[in-house]
Design a protein around this ligand. Structure first.
Ligand SMILES: *Cc1c(COP(=O)(O)O)cnc(C)c1O
Length: 374
């Protein structure tokens, strides 16, 4: 008999990755497939990062330097914080997972988050044997901070909020986040508020929405950022956090020593220096977001305001349901994100693409809605 895995692990639904470009190309015999499902960078990878990967390819027989010191220094400078606050991980996913194990006691403590939210928070909590206490999003998918605070108790060790939120695009003002952090400090002195700012670079008014951008570093609050979205390095797996120094210290003790590989570290440093690419990305996303919002509304869709590089929308209900719309887009070679796993089956999420990708998506939507109305 083979060893029996834990019941708590067998309870997990296997991770369902989105459909790949190749699968759809073969299934529908298409020459071109557009993927706007994972909020990847619309302009691809930063040229300076690609060059850094090429230049350092021959070094891959070496282990990385422990603690990623060059990147720590670069990021500390960028955010104007002490190096002791910086954590780096194999994607921000690794930081989320490690912090749960560093801060919370299995079988006893809990985490608190919104419902729906980024699925990694509840899944990793479950794997770490922490209970998950959830608060439904308010009207228009806004955050009810009073309800969030009410869910916390003396066993709460982590509270997650995502600003701008995924999958909704909603972003609360920094003052509301600060107010919540202060309330949490009073009620649960042992809890860390983790503000996931994976999409904050795309926000039109970063200073209005980000405590990190304002350099408001509260003793019970940490910030997650990633190289996967605006920096165009999703496939290399690298993310970082700005944390209270004692939490960052505990993180580094627990993190696997070499989880961030040397090419990822070199590419991240090069990406931070690629200012031309950076400006082009932010312009492309801002212009694309405006264009897609307006065009989808003109087609009769309900579109939610977004501060991120994606839009949440519902197709016109009298013409077509979200699921059929998703399938008909697939047949036409356009992959977007259905939201069944977020318990939002009536909505779809589309990433802002390049001008050409946006055009192909809108052309397909117009065709689908015209045929549905005929
Ligand atoms: C994409 C995303 C991340 C980034 O995860 P990585 O592991 O760094 O790729 C983090 N948080 C949210 C909410 C995201 O959507």
């Amino acid at each position: 008999m083979s060893p029996a895995p834990l019941e708590s692990i067998l309870d997990l639904a296997p991770y369902a990755p989105g459909l790949s470009i190749d699968e759809i190309r073969i299934r529908y015999k298409l020459s071109e497939v557009v993927k706007l499902a994972s909020n990847e960078n619309p302009l691809g990878a930063p040229p300076l990062a690609v060059e850094a990967v090429r230049k350092n390819a021959a070094s891959i027989f070496r282990y990385p330097r422990g603690g990623n010191p060059l990147l720590v220094e670069t990021l500390a400078q960028r955010h104007g914080v002490d190096q002791s606050r910086i954590a780096i991980g194999n994607g921000s996913d690794e930081i989320i997972d490690t912090l749960m194990r560093v801060l919370a006691t299995p079988g006893k403590d809990n985490i608190v988050c919104f419902d729906p939210c980024f699925s990694i928070y509840p899944i990793q909590a479950h794997i770490s044997h922490l209970s998950v206490r959830r608060v439904k999003l308010g009207s228009g998918f806004s955050f009810d901070f009073d309800a969030l605070l009410a869910k916390t108790d003396q066993h709460t060790r982590l509270v997650f909020i995502t600003t701008p939120d995924n999958p909704t695009g909603y972003c609360p003002p920094a003052a509301a986040v600060e107010n919540f952090a202060c309330g949490l400090a009073e009620k649960c002195p042992a809890a860390l508020l983790l503000v996931d700012e994976a999409y904050m670079d795309f926000s039109p008014e970063e200073k209005e929405y980000s405590l990190l951008a304002r350099n408001k570093l509260l003793p019970n609050t940490g910030f997650l950022r990633t190289f996967s979205k605006s920096w165009g390095l999703a496939g290399l797996r690298i993310g970082y956090a700005v944390l209270p120094a004692d939490v960052a210290d505990a993180f580094w003790r627990a993190r696997l020593p070499f989880s961030v590989n040397i090419l990822a570290e070199k590419a991240a440093i090069a990406a931070l220096a690629d200012t031309a690419f950076r400006e082009a990305v932010l312009e492309t996303v801002a212009a694309g977001r405006l264009l897609l919002s307006k065009a989808l509304r003109d087609l009769g869709c309900e579109v939610f305001p977004s501060a991120a590089n994606f839009l949440l929308f519902a197709p016109p209900r009298d013409l077509i349901c979200a699921r059929d719309c998703f399938e008909k887009l697939l047949e036409r070679g356009i992959i977007i994100r259905g939201l069944q796993s977020y318990s939002m089956p009536d909505y779809l999420r589309v990433s802002i693409g390049s001008p050409r990708e946006n055009h192909l998506f809108l052309e397909a939507m117009a065709d689908i809605l015209k045929k549905a109305g005929a």
